[in-house]
Design a protein around this ligand. Structure first.
Ligand SMILES: Nc1nc2c(c(=O)[nH]1)N[C@H]1C(S)=C(S)[C@@H](COP(=O)(O)O)O[C@H]1N2
Ligand SMILES: [Mo]
Length: 197
């Protein structure tokens, strides 16, 4: 039965404890940055790299883009399936820097000092990217304009909105929510919501 197969497939895609939503909730800590002048904006790659790299908004917007499709799973229990994004592959960015030996983790730095950590391996996955458009629209300020990280295989708090920096680290270190009780890794299929999970 086709219908049965489809709903089975859908169940396999929805992690335990999650409920599907068609809308796209807005969730973050602090205020939304509204950029007036992009000449002040840059994106920095730093930490364990041979040479720090920083790019302007114009250079960033000239990077080659790709389409990505994925499901997002928020720790507050909503999931949104079948998102289509336009974004920049992580490999594209990584071609700008040479990692020093010993880099094992990444800290994503967002506007206003918000941070989130993840293993380098997860950051480098081909499914991770820097998103600039979602379902045919430019990201709105609420959802991370001009660019947000998207790491779809982890809970959505790892997908930093208003991304400004990528720091390569020699060991793991908690970011903002991770210091406040969230899980260091955050696999939605293992329900790694809080640090005791
Ligand atoms: N810079 C920044 N990025 C952030 C957050 C935040 O507080 N600041 N919150 C995270 C959390 S907890 C979630 S669930 C998602 C929500 O993204 P959305 O508002 O686009 O749905 O953004 C993540 N990225
Ligand atoms: Mo969240």
């Amino acid at each position: 039965m086709l219908f049965g197969q489809k709903s089975q497939e859908r169940n396999d895609r929805v992690p335990p404890g999650q409920t599907l939503t068609q809308s796209w909730p807005v969730l973050h800590y602090g205020s939304v940055p509204y950029y007036k002048d992009m000449s002040q904006w840059d994106l920095r790659l730093f930490g364990l790299v041979e040479e720090e790299f920083s790019m302007s908004y114009e250079d960033f917007m000239d990077l080659p883009r790709k389409e990505f499709a994925n499901d997002i799973h928020c720790v507050t229990t909503w999931s949104k399936l079948d998102n289509v994004w336009e974004g920049i592959a992580v490999s594209e960015l990584m071609s700008k820097v040479k990692l020093k030996p010993g880099a094992t983790h990444v800290m994503l730095h967002a506007e206003h000092g918000w941070t989130t950590n993840l293993p380098l391996e997860d950051f480098l996955q081909e499914t991770s990217f820097l998103g600039i458009r979602h379902n045919g629209e430019w990201l709105t300020p609420d959802h991370g304009y001009p660019v947000r990280m998207v790491v779809p295989h982890l809970y959505f708090w790892k997908s930093a909105k208003w991304l400004r920096g990528i720091e390569f680290m020699p060991k793991d270190k908690p970011g903002f929510w991770e210091r406040n009780g969230y899980h260091m890794y955050g696999d939605p299929f293992l329900e790694q919501r809080y640090d005791f999970d």
